[in-house]
Write a protein that binds this ligand. Structure first.
Ligand SMILES: NC(=O)c1ccc[n+]([C@@H]2O[C@H](COP(=O)([O-])OP(=O)(O)OC[C@H]3O[C@@H](n4cnc5c(N)ncnc54)[C@H](OP(=O)(O)O)[C@@H]3O)[C@@H](O)[C@H]2O)c1
Length: 263
């Protein structure tokens, strides 16, 4: 009898990965997938280090916890120093941190959103991604990192198709698509690749966990696949895109939404 031996495919073996906002939700699933199934060394981040420490207890593999607030320049610099002194490089950055859902801002009409509200969201969802990308690219270039690097910016389908609510979020997430393209074009010849993930309804505590049954059902009915996505399904795509499997692709927006927004 012929037995088929399935060798585990460690797509990200020994890659040093930073995932922002990863103590829970999609960021946590990406960290788990990268460390447990793909051999990466993952830094799980939260503004509250204790939360990151609790999260890494649920992941098998090479993981560590770090405090990171993407809106705080000095905190980002301190974080970078800590990671680089320990690991000497960062190979992959996933800009996943997102401003927590705020019902009051979300349902405001565009012209009624205050500047302060708009800025709060842009600071995390867009400027956070810019800030981390700058810091990480700087270190990738300084190290003469011959293997280059990969940056994944987590965006959302409203950034492509628009949405009648949540304009500050849509605008911030749309900026991530442009950020990806800037990085892809400017650093392609230095072997740094960048991707945007435009996500549809992915079941996390922040989304599914905060909705009524009626709203959950409506969201499930939107895509042609007729259900919510799982964070693990995003994580598996991330592992693939961050690996050499995608070595001749960069700048792309990858829609993961069960077939709602078709490009
Ligand atoms: N779930 C969906 O359906 C969906 C759809 C489209 C896009 N997305 C995007 O996917 C990402 C993850 O979403 P999720 O559903 O997993 O939500 P989540 O569980 O709330 O994750 C967001 C994370 O962002 C972190 N965060 C917030 N402010 C931060 C700051 N100033 N600095 C650093 N980290 C900060 C939070 O970490 P701490 O509180 O631990 O600091 C939190 O864990 C977000 O960017 C979201 O916009 C999600």
């Amino acid at each position: 009898m012929l037995y088929k031996v399935v060798l585990y495919n460690q797509l990200l073996k020994d890659k040093v990965v930073v995932v922002t906002g990863s103590s829970k939700g999609i960021g946590f699933s990406i960290s788990k997938e990268f460390a447990e199934n793909n051999g990466a060394i993952v830094i799980v981040c939260s503004r509250n280090k204790e939360q990151a420490t609790q999260a890494i207890k649920q992941i098998n593999g090479r993981v560590s916890a770090a405090a990171l607030d993407v809106t705080d320049n000095s905190n980002v610099q301190k974080f970078m120093q800590q990671i680089l002194s320990k690991h000497n490089r960062i190979d992959i950055l996933v800009n996943n941190a997102g401003y927590q859902f705020d019902r009051d801002i979300w349902y405001k009409r565009f012209h009624q959103v205050t500047e302060e509200e708009q800025v709060k969201i842009i600071e995390v969802d867009l400027y956070g991604s810019i800030r981390l990308s700058k810091a990480v690219i700087g270190s990738m270039l300084k190290n003469g990192n011959k293997s280059g690097g990969v940056i994944i910016n987590i965006s959302s389908t409203p950034a492509i198709a628009g949405h009648v609510e949540g304009s500050p979020y849509t605008i911030a997430k749309a900026g991530n698509i442009a950020l990806t393209k800037c990085i892809a074009l400017e650093y392609g010849n230095e072997n740094i690749r960048a991707f945007t993930f435009a996500l549809g309804n992915i079941s996390t505590l922040a989304t599914y966990g905060s909705m009524t049954d009626d709203d959950r059902a409506k969201a499930a009915d939107e895509p042609s696949i007729k259900r919510w996505g799982k964070p693990e399904e995003v994580a598996k795509v991330a592992a693939c895109v961050a690996s050499d499997t995608f070595s001749f692709a960069t700048g792309n927006t990858i829609v993961i939404d069960g077939g709602t927004v078709l490009l």
